[in-house]
Write a protein of this length. Structure first.
Length: 279
């Protein structure tokens, strides 16, 4: 009896000790989370102060205002399934990436360029054995990308309206790709009337951003570029002295992946609705 009593007391002691240690860890975590939140808020406020000179906010389109890359990834998956007789999905994707990389300088970006790369890859892998039915299906995959819904992502319309109605900023759109395809997506999105200026370019480099500043009659330090691609939307703008607002999308095109870096003219947000911090 005595032994059982002592064992029960000791077990109860261990349980109380474990509960106390758990409560202590949770309290410490709560304090640390609050501290990190405070630091993040202070850092954001300091960044916002740096953005006070901005008078024009420029937006990327694909995967910033509407979903685009998800449809391309689905298309690539269907293509790999069609080509499964010539290699596994990893191999087919690698071959497609190689074809796209070689074609980019002459075909640019967009559904039409992607479709040509799909067909070229298929013919290289399949040769004379590639059935006409597969070729027809590949064309169908490409055409489907010309009908992407371009429905605005959550918070996009409301945020654009708030920025425009504030009177503090001029809003512009800069997107790369096939002009007709991008124009049609913009029409389907219903966002065209939100922008004072729209430019569709073959690529986004320092040259295109300098041209944009010239068209808008501003110096780079008056412009903030909002986009999901660090390579195309952020890095070139920082290079010419502008401001970048990076809002990553949940998927990133492999050709757009680059090493990122911090910068005093760079703001990182999780979603577009957070742009109202500029107001």
């Amino acid at each position: 009896m005595a032994d059982n009593y002592l064992e029960n007391k000791y077990e109860a002691y261990l349980q109380r000790k474990a509960a106390a240690e758990k409560a202590k860890r949770l309290a410490w975590k709560k304090r640390m989370d609050a501290y990190k939140k405070k630091l993040a808020e202070e850092e954001l406020m300091n960044t916002i102060d740096d953005f006070k000179a901005v008078s024009v906010v420029v937006f990327d389109a694909d995967d910033t205002l509407w979903d685009n890359q998800s449809y391309y990834e689905d298309a690539e998956k269907k293509f790999c399934e069609l080509m499964s007789g010539y290699g596994d999905a990893k191999y087919v994707s690698e071959e497609l990436y190689r074809t796209e990389s070689e074609n980019m300088c002459i075909l640019g970006y967009g559904a039409k360029a992607f479709t040509i790369s799909l067909m070229e890859t298929a013919l290289r892998l399949g040769g004379d054995t590639l059935p006409a039915s597969v070729q027809s299906s590949i064309v169908g995959i490409g055409k489907s990308l010309l009908m992407i819904p371009a429905a605005p992502l959550d918070g996009v319309r409301e945020t654009l309206e708030k920025l425009r109605e504030s009177g503090r900023y001029r809003l512009a759109l800069l997107t790369k790709g096939d002009p007709l395809d991008q124009e049609n997506k913009l029409k389907r999105s219903g966002l065209a009337d939100m922008f004072e200026y729209v430019s569709i370019v073959a690529d986004k480099t320092v040259k295109e951003y300098n041209d944009l500043c010239s068209d808008l009659n501003i110096t780079p330090d008056r412009m903030a570029m909002v986009g999901n691609s660090f390579k195309s939307d952020i890095r070139p703008v920082l290079e010419i002295g502008g401001y970048g607002i990076h809002i990553p999308f949940h998927v990133t095109w492999l050709h757009e992946k680059v090493e990122e870096f911090d910068h005093h003219r760079l703001m990182r947000l999780k979603e577009i609705s957070e742009l109202t911090c500029l107001l």
